[in-house]
Design a protein around this ligand. Structure first.
Ligand code: KG4
Ligand code: ZN
Length: 335
């Protein structure tokens, strides 16, 4: 089964073809991404209307390019999957409209995919994928959640952030220290040059039981430290390192707790912050200590992409699920 996946929930246009007839990582026949970063950079954040218009411009050429890379004609597809939410409503409607029209014209089933379920399943596209049950840490720009995955499609929320998501905290902290948009990856890069321990920030909500997170106070701690500092390049790197260590340590502590609570030793990590090198190393170390396993997608499949949507759609179609021809999106949607 060859499924086209379309992702347009925010500022990346992602398209991919997933082929269930092929094994492991080879099942991803092609994937392409067009990032709108340059378009939004001068505004310091995503401008929803500009995002929608750019998806309109880029989506069809990207679909053609992806099919060509996969060596497939459009009539060789078996289904079309698209992100139906959560996300920016205008941006979602572009992907939904194109996906539904294509499915209708080609007489194919269409599948509406939850963006976070796409992230959650992304690690399963790699070779030697883990089988449920496992615990998933979802860390993106909009979400920070710990989820017990009992089976594909059967999810139980163990904990989530009460305020900022981890990626959002990275982005806001980067911005307050004057780093350009999008700040998260830049802050992580800067932290590589910082000295560990030069600044120490708290590990929020780790001193009490529970699996929820809170990252907004951390941002305020950084603001105060930055304001009282010489604001030089070395200091900025040291603060970035202190902030990253605090986030990574907090996530690691809660992941370990979630594994204990779920009585499980397999952790799956997904979402943009899953690309963070220090987080990957720290969770790897934790898994080794427990004699367990941690699974990440390759970094380019941690951030938004069409591959995870194609894959989630393929699993849904294999299970015999798809919807009627209605174009439907849900900007806010619980998984
Ligand atoms: O999953 P994603 O691409 O989009 C959402 O669904 O939100 O995640 C984007 C988030 C941004 O907040 C970005 O700053 C963060 O992931 N991010 C990182 C890194 N790469 C992306 N945060 C920390 N370290 C990174 N290397
Ligand atoms: Zn995402």
């Amino acid at each position: 089964m060859k499924v086209l996946g379309i992702e347009t929930s925010c500022d990346e246009t992602g398209v991919a073809v997933y082929d269930t007839g092929r094994a492991g990582a080879g099942a991803l026949r092609a994937h392409a991404l067009y990032s709108q970063i340059a378009l939004h950079a001068e505004y310091g954040g995503v401008v929803p209307e500009l995002a929608s218009r750019d998806h309109v411009r880029k989506l069809l050429p990207l679909i053609r390019q992806t099919l060509a890379e996969a060596g497939l004609a459009v009539d060789e597809l078996d289904g079309v999957a698209y992100t139906a939410g959560p996300g920016l409503v205008g941006a979602l409607l572009v992907g939904a409209g194109v996906a539904r029209s294509l499915a209708w014209a080609l007489d194919l089933p269409a599948v509406a995919v939850h963006h976070m379920e796409g992230h959650l399943l992304a690690p399963l596209m790699e070779d030697d994928p883990p089988e449920p049950p496992f615990v998933a840490l979802l860390v993106s720009g909009g979400h920070t959640q710990l989820v017990a995955v009992e089976a594909i499609g059967q999810y139980r929320l163990l904990g989530e952030t009460l305020d900022d998501a981890a990626g959002e905290a990275f982005d806001k902290t980067a911005k307050l220290m004057g780093l350009p948009y999008p700040g998260g990856p830049q802050l992580a890069k800067l932290a590589e040059q910082g000295r560990p321990g030069a600044y120490r920030f708290s590990r929020p909500m780790t001193d009490r039981p529970g699996l929820d997170f809170s990252f907004s106070g951390l941002k305020t701690q950084v603001l105060l430290a930055w304001r009282d500092s010489d604001q030089g390049a070395d200091t900025r790197a040291d603060i970035a390192r202190g902030f990253e260590d605090a986030v990574v340590e907090t996530l690691a502590i809660k992941c370990e707790r979630a594994l204990d609570a779920a009585g499980c030793d397999v952790l799956v990590v997904a979402g943009g912050v899953g690309a963070n090198r220090r987080l990957r190393a720290r969770l790897q170390q934790m898994a080794e200590k427990r004699g367990g396993r941690v699974c990440f997608p390759r970094p380019e499949l941690c951030t938004d992409n069409g591959a995870m949507i194609a894959f989630a759609g393929a699993l849904r179609l294999q299970a015999g699920q798809h919807e009627t021809a209605e174009v439907k999106v849900a900007p806010r949607w619980d998984m």
